[in-house]
Write a protein that binds this ligand. Sequence first.
Ligand SMILES: O=C(CO)COP(=O)(O)O
Length: 149
Amino acid sequence: MPTIDAPARKQIALVAHDHRKAALLAWAGRHRAQLARHTLFATGTTGRLLAENLALAVHCLESGPLGGDQQIGARIAEGTVDCLIFFWDPLEAQPHDPDIRALLRLAAVWNIPVACNEATADFLMSSPMMDSSYLRDIPDFSSYRQRPA
Ligand SMILES: O=C(CO)COP(=O)(O)O
C-alpha cells in the first residue's frame, strides 16, 4: 500500500465554525506550545483569531464560506495536510455545507486524521505519532484511476 511520510513537524489544518471558534481557541490555548512546533494553516477567520489571541504563526487561507474549506481539501488531495482539526457546528446549518461535506469526504478518502471536537483533538495531540514521523497508509487508487470510462 502506498504511504505518505508525515514528518515530526506536521502540517495541521485548523477550522472552526463561528459558534465553535471560542471552543477551538480555548483548546488551542491549552495545546499552544505543542501546536507552535508544527506548521499551522487555517481558514481565514479561524486563522486570524488563532494568530491574534495566541500569537501562533498561522498561514491564513480564504474564509471558509468563500472557499477556504475547498483550499484545505485541495491541499489534502495534494498530500500536504497531515492532520485536520475541524470544530464544525452540529447545531446550525451553514451556507457552504457542500464545501464542508467535500472537505470531510476528502479527509476520509486520503486517510487523514480528523478531530471534530475537543476530546478527539486531545487524543490526537497526545498521540506519540503527532510529534514523530508517521507513515500514513493511503489507499491504492491506481485501478480506480485506470478504470475504463
Ligand atoms: O466556515 C468555516 C469552515 O467551514 C470557517 O471559516 P472561517 O474560519 O473563515 O470562519
